[in-house]
Design a protein around this ligand. Structure first.
Ligand code: DQA
Length: 148
């Protein structure tokens, strides 16, 4: 199957960005690990990061045309603000998992609301870079066990 890993704003700075919250692993390391995990299981993975909401919307719309089977997304700050990302995911109707490195529920109140969670197959948060491994494993399990 074809999986798409999407990273929202400021995640290009992982490794140096608030490491006490987000850890020391870089985005390149996360993508490399993610690709290995998917390819070992016989799947394809494409990864995309943008700081721009419109570019993320465009990538989700393209995923609909490319026949992407599953999306794993860390929407970063757009989690808490973006009706546009929500609408794009709803429009393409590709199943997705929302993930976060940190646990937003243990942080500021403005991080407690997600515009995406109720549309997601599931949400994984709080495990640092390991959140990506858990989310991709869950995605592959969903692909193996759901009829659509
Ligand atoms: C984040 C949590 C968000 O609240 C924050 O804006 C981020 C990263 C995380 O992975 O923990 O940029 O999505």
């Amino acid at each position: 199957a074809k999986l798409l890993l999407l990273h929202g704003p400021n995640l290009n700075m992982l490794g140096t960005r608030e490491p006490e919250i987000y850890g020391a692993t870089t985005l390149a390391e996360i993508d490399r690990e993610a690709r290995g995990l998917c390819e070992n299981a016989g799947h394809q993975l494409d990864a995309f990061q943008s700081n721009s909401e419109g570019a993320l919307v465009d990538r989700i719309q393209a995923a609909g045309k490319e026949g992407i089977d599953f999306i794993v997304i860390n929407p970063a700050a757009y989690t808490h603000t973006s009706v546009a990302l929500r609408d794009a995911l709803a429009a393409v109707a590709i199943p997705f998992i929302e993930l976060h490195l940190s646990n937003p529920h243990a942080r500021e109140a403005f991080r407690h609301r997600s515009y995406l969670s109720d549309l997601a197959r599931g949400v994984i948060c709080g495990f640092g870079a390991h959140s990506y491994t858990l989310a991709l494993q869950a995605a592959m399990h969903q692909l193996a066990s759901t009829p659509d």
